[in-house]
Design a protein around this ligand. Structure first.
Ligand code: HEC
Length: 470
């Protein structure tokens, strides 16, 4: 390499540096696309397993039905397709305001909360009992709720029963009847919305534990496209960097190993993408992706740096050192000014999402949308991903709530006590002291609302002409 004419050396040098920069930006893209966006700079092994194998660790919680989810939100939060809770309160028509002025809002709200809790208890009742209770409009209020206030017209104190059908008709069907979707005026139409989606818990031979399928697995189409793009472009690139290194003056065995290794690791990497889709053994290959990726990255860095320094005499080397020093300084600046703040912001956003969700906030994908405005975090794709992730978290939290309700029904599930369950219990105790609606995070909520407005999400104040009360 030393004997090459200077122009050739320069071309090769610029080429190597360009490949290095290109690879670095590929890492940034990896962060954007695949990491959990919770402040981790790179995807964690769990992220990789989830993306490639389509499995994620089961959080020990149980899913809940559509309607339970949608009415469990904050009672005076945004009224949108994620939250129908206000339909029991401020969005239940003129009667509500009148009632509040005559009897006081606290009293009315407590009764409305009783309706909501009773509806949720009914949703989780035994399916046969649930159906009859609906048809006869006569649901035995479970003991856990018996002391609660509930709107007079929907309950019979003497028999301890509640009129679920009437509650749904009064609170929901005025907007969800006839051609207004979803139509909630008959039991068969309600059924899919009050049924809990099945969660299949998988045992993995190699990873043990409990796993569930996720919807974040990369699609076959996406993988095919990445495979051909990566193989065609990287094989040329890494052949050239490998060849450059092969012509240096390092010992032959070093060149024999380091020369082809990047290309080999890339091929192995792509093979693992596909093998990760196998049953059982798949996640092991997914983990191997971390190894092949790291090998390719480090190998490439070594090839570029060693080749560059091998090409030049002492003066060239000084120039190279200066260039590297400048690059490191530049990166340091970038890291402290842009990268770390961006990561920290992601971290706090992720934390906030969890907090909000824990406080029974229906965390919304809108959060992600609002982020689009922020240039520091890479735009749409990211926002999209963040939205997805949040939805996932959301689902998780909803599941936790379900567990809680289940417990109120005192149905021993036969499942071993998990952390999530313990947390559910904690919530239970809280819930006993205070009616659900009150333990709500006003701060997080206000923020959610702000974001809603920013993101231009239409709030459905009067989406459907309210024929009855308004
Ligand atoms: C004031 C009118 C109104 C009332 C009352 C109301 N809803 Fe809704 N609901 C809507 C509108 C409008 C949408 C569609 C929102 C959208 O798609 O943006 C909707 C959507 C829904 C959805 C579908 C969400 C989705 O993912 O597509 C469900 C389920 C739902 N409501 C359940 C209920 C239940 C249960 C009640 C009673 C507790 C209720 N709604 C009360 C207006 C209402």
């Amino acid at each position: 390499m030393r004997q090459l004419p200077l122009p050739a050396k320069l071309v090769i040098s610029v080429f190597l540096i360009a490949v290095g920069i290109g690879y670095f930006s590929a890492l940034v893209q990896l962060h954007m696309q695949h990491s959990g966006r919770n402040g981790e700079p790179m995807p964690t092994p769990w992220d990789v397993i989830e993306k490639f194998s389509g499995l994620k660790p089961h959080d020990g919680q149980v899913a809940k039905s559509k309607i339970e989810g949608i009415v469990s939100g904050p009672k005076d939060g945004a009224f949108d397709k994620n939250n129908m809770a206000p339909a029991f309160f401020g969005k239940s028509g003129k009667v509500y305001e009148k009632d509040c002025t005559t009897r006081g809002q606290d009293k009315v709200d407590a009764e409305r909360e009783g309706e909501r809790q009773t509806l949720i208890a009914w949703i989780n009742a035994d399916p046969d009992e649930r159906k009859t209770a609906y048809e006869k409009d006569d649901f035995k209020i479970p003991d856990t709720l018996s002391g609660r206030p509930i709107t007079e017209e929907f309950a019979d104190k003497a028999t301890g029963t509640a009129k679920i059908k009437s509650i749904i008709e009064e609170r929901c069907v005025r907007c969800h009847g006839g051609d207004k979707k979803p139509d909630l005026d008959e039991y068969p139409k309600l059924l899919p919305l009050i049924s809990v989606p099945k969660v299949e818990i998988l045992e993995n031979k190699y990873l043990g534990d409990k796993w569930v399928r996720t919807n974040r697995q990369l699609s076959v189409e996406g993988l095919t496209q990445s495979t051909h793009a990566h193989l065609l472009s990287f094989s040329v690139l890494f052949a050239l960097t490998g060849l450059t290194f092969a012509f240096t003056s390092y010992p032959a065995f070093v060149r024999c190993i380091l020369g082809p290794i990047v290309l080999l690791a890339t091929v192995a990497d792509i093979a693992c993408w596909w093998l990760a889709r196998l049953d059982e053994i798949g996640p092991v290959f997914a983990l191997a992706i971390m190894g092949t990726g790291a090998t390719a990255g480090l190998g490439l860095a070594a090839q570029i740096i060693l080749s560059l320094f091998n090409m030049y005499g002492i003066r060239g080397k000084i120039v190279l050192w200066l260039l590297f020093a400048a690059a490191i300084a530049g990166f340091g600046l970038l890291a402290s000014k842009v990268i770390l703040p961006a990561l920290r912001e992601e971290e706090s956003a992720a934390k906030k999402a969890i907090e909000a969700a824990n406080k029974k906030e229906p965390a919304k994908a809108d959060d992600g949308e609002a982020k689009k405005d922020n240039p520091a975090n890479g735009g749409d794709k990211k926002a999209q991903d963040e939205g997805d992730k949040k939805k996932d978290k959301d689902a998780g939290v909803e599941e936790g709530e379900k567990k809680k309700d289940k417990k109120e029904d005192v149905k021993p599930e036969g499942e071993k006590a998990t952390k999530a369950e313990a947390e559910g219990e904690k919530k239970d105790k809280k819930a006993d002291v205070k009616p659900e609606g009150e333990k709500k995070a006003t701060k997080a909520e206000a923020e959610g609302e702000k974001k809603d407005k920013k993101a231009g999400v239409k709030q459905i104040d009067k989406p459907i002409p309210l024929s009855k009360d308004d």
